[in-house]
Design a protein around this ligand. Structure first.
Ligand SMILES: NC(=O)c1ccc[n+]([C@@H]2O[C@H](COP(=O)([O-])OP(=O)(O)OC[C@H]3O[C@@H](n4cnc5c(N)ncnc54)[C@H](O)[C@@H]3O)[C@@H](O)[C@H]2O)c1
Length: 344
């Protein structure tokens, strides 16, 4: 294989702003084909980036590529991924992995039969703070993890483009779109423990009000079908618990991304990185002044995917791990609609 040939399905915002520029950084890669339900859009993107083929149907793409990047609305992640894997193509699929655990299982079954690999774009794992936090936890510096706190909070930033407020196409709102990133990162940091119980509440009153103030463009409150705010208490095996909150549109003072993990020997905050420890007579908080990472997360995520194809490097985000994130998301929505805790 001289160059890894990449095809992109669904050439909207994340494809043109993140994935296409990231793949173009690599000499051993060529983006050879795009496909979009909006053919005109596909032609514009192909022209803009000098991509030689526009596939009118997804199946036509499979003749031109070794790997497929799926950047469509969430509903189409599973069918495109399964089709590509069935043709032995590797897949980089945007998060969330799929709408349901059942779809995730079908994707994993296709991956197991395929010569291709399946990577889910939980890119927070490639951020420098995440890389440092993983090192600190794996070295045993905080001991056994006990309690995880997550806040993935935006103040009045509902995505006003695309189909983000459409339940059928996206499966949900703030949780499945934004909170899932921090949920995935925290689960990876503590060693991918199994979730066992979820108790949650979802809200969307603020976005359903007429004329909601919003910094990320206009949306229609009358057709706003998804959650804009979610709270959850999640129990994992080994008595680890997580206090979780995410929102696109909360009435809070400012946006906030927070993961902190308390363990038996210490604790850490991921954004801004700090390590908290105590001994007999002292309590200390260490600020991490500099984290040496050679590239930004977009580059590292793309590099990991290409290396997995060329050199069988392990994928940082395993499909089985991304499935557990989807399992929690599904349980959150079920718990909220049934108004009770869900054993999973
Ligand atoms: N990792 C991240 O931080 C991040 C950020 C934004 C979006 N995303 C994910 O990327 C995906 C796309 O988001 P976006 O912001 O680019 O949305 P977008 O609306 O800008 O782009 C989606 C594109 O998919 C096309 N499309 C829709 N249905 C299709 C179909 N059946 N077949 C082929 N093409 C189809 C649309 O025409 C559009 O061009 C979503 O899954 C979203 O969750 C991830």
């Amino acid at each position: 294989m001289t160059k890894v040939r990449i095809g992109i399905v669904g050439v909207g915002g994340i494809a043109t702003e993140r994935h296409i520029p990231a793949f173009r950084e690599f000499d051993n890669v060529a983006i050879t084909c795009v496909h979009d339900i909006n053919v005109e859009r596909a032609m514009v993107v192909a022209n803009q980036f000098g991509i030689p083929h526009v596939a009118k149907k997804f199946e036509e793409m499979l003749d031109h590529v070794d790997a497929v990047v799926i950047t469509t609305p969430n509903k189409f992640h599973a069918p495109f991924a399964i089709e590509a894997l069935n043709h032995d193509k590797s897949v980089l699929c945007e998060k969330p992995m799929a709408l349901t655990t059942e779809e995730c299982d079908a994707m994993i079954a296709a991956e197991q039969k395929s010569k291709g690999k399946l990577h889910i774009a939980y890119h927070y794992r490639f951020m420098k703070e995440a890389i440092a936090a993983k090192k600190i936890i794996d070295k045993g510096i905080i001991g056994e993890p006990l309690v995880i706190r997550i806040k993935a909070m935006r103040r009045r930033k509902v995505p006003g483009w695309g189909v983000f407020t459409n339940k059928e196409l996206q499966g949900g709102g703030a949780l499945i779109d934004y909170g899932c990133h921090l949920l995935d990162l925290a689960m990876w940091l503590v060693g991918s423990r199994k979730p066992v119980e979820v108790s949650a509440q979802t809200y969307n009153q603020l976005s359903r009000m007429p004329n909601p103030v919003n910094e990320w463009g206009a949306f229609n409150p009358e057709t706003f079908e998804v959650d804009d705010h979610v709270t959850a208490f999640i129990r994992f095996e080994n008595n680890i618990t997580m206090l979780f909150e995410t929102s696109w549109a909360a009435n809070v003072e400012s946006d906030e991304e927070h993961i902190s993990i308390s363990g038996t020997k210490g604790g850490l905050n991921v954004f801004e990185m700090k390590v908290n420890q105590a001994d007999d007579t002292l309590m200390t908080t260490l600020n991490i002044d500099y984290i040496q990472v050679e590239h930004p997360f977009e580059y590292l995520q793309t590099e990991n995917f290409i290396s997995s194809i060329l050199y069988h490097t392990p994928l940082r985000v395993k499909s089985t791990e991304a499935r557990e994130v989807s399992r929690i998301i599904e349980a959150v929505y079920l718990s909220a609609s049934n108004k009770k805790a869900i054993l999973i």
